[in-house]
Ligand binder design. Sequence first.
Ligand code: NOJ
Length: 524
Amino acid sequence: MSELAWWQRGVIYQIYPRSFQDSNGDGIGDLAGMTSRLSYLADLGVDAVWVSPIYPSPMADFGYDVADYCNIDPMFGSLAEFKQFVDRAHELRLKVLLDFVPNHSSDRHPWFVESRSSRDNPKRDWYLWRDPAPGGGPPNNWLSRMGGSAWEWDAHTGQYYYHAFLREQPDLNWRNPHVRRAMDDVLRFWLERGVDGFRVDVLWLLIKDAQFRDNPPNPAYQPGEPDHHRQLQTYTEDQPEVHDIVRSMRATLDEYGERVLIGEIYLPVAQLVRYYGVNGDGADMPFNFQLLNAPWNAGEIARMIRDYDSALPAHAWPNWVLGNHDNRRVASRVGAAQARVAAVLLLTLRGTPTLYYGDEIGMTDGVIPPGEVQDPAELRQPGIGQGRDPERTPMQWDASLPNAGFTTGRSWLPTATHTSVQAQDGDASSMLSLYRRLLTLRRNNAALVQGSIEHVAASGDVLTYERHCRNQRFFIALNMGRADAEVQSPAGTVLLSTVPGRDGQPLVEGANRLAGCEALIASI
Ligand code: NOJ
């Protein structure tokens, strides 16, 4: 498998740092805590950790509002502790990916403080400032993804600035070459410190229409959806010039060897795949989020796999994401039994998988009492189900300890105790054991890493496909229903099943039984 890059062979694990491991009792996770848990991740069998933002930040959006791109927030530690984290990860052969947040900064970032200080400040044009509309009011109809107008009035200089998210997150002007150079320096700052790549926040939003035209109404809008769904994002996302920026990020990373560029992009597949660029000059992996909202049925998933595979440009490497800090947890979306099926799916599809912390023990969405909501997306548009706290609750290490071992202090979000790493560790039938076995199987078998995906099919509730690499062939069958089902298969031997006792058993050519919610991998 040596001809593949490490990020093609590997599995990525996302850490939400506030919630992974606290080391100093302040109730919020930190770098020293993460470092202490790296051996758990190496044992689990993942290859890279992506860490959500840890930069200095007023935390209006929990770190996605960056006040200094080249430092560490004291809440998380220091640059020295970051070095210890990277060094320890590398000792354990784990790669480290940072979250790069170039679309917007915090309104407390010195760049914005300068920019808003006067109309003729040299940094004025680093952000998007516009005069009021001719009759007064915001310059156009653009809406914020956190609710309301995306324009904030600045009385001091008599103009509005644009913010795709919170007003505390002004958007940078990526048409300004100075901004591009400054952000390039940020990438280099971290690359010099040994970072192995970046997940780029909202990559598809970086460039906005140069003429600031109004977005058209969205005819499919349903009442109760987030505000910005009222409009098609025609002039605020996926603008053609964005690809030039992706190319320049790619070029910078290429100067440092095999570093990975991943884009957070929520777009239909046809638009998504353009972010791969031409002949490898784009992102290595535009995140493929289709599983996050997929209707959980065999026919839909089969169609999705086939469509994605055929939409990929020739040079493009696929990837699949099952969970992240912005979406409901998989175990809550599909239930505990199907979360196991989902694990087998994620780790046997063609392409790099990204796991979300805690999914490997089947964590479910936490329950947040009404007075304890933290997420600004929920606080500013209450009641529309946008709240992201439930999927951000602390990692459950040991249910017998206060806060499940996450903190000795008062946890920033409630910690659930329905399960834990400690409870699942020695249990061969646990979700954690399933993930460990899957990760080992994947690492040791070229068909699962670099094999083609063939014969993707659905029959009733059962999804089947094969992975082929030279003379190694695997057959995967997933029962996405609760009832027993029949599956047509080639003759083979079960290597792994979610049903205890089935490993090592033969599959006959033709009809075989699958238990309800069973997923299996067989060599054929
Ligand atoms: C996407 C991030 O994943 C999300 O958590 C954040 O709120 C927005 N970008 C704004 O940075």
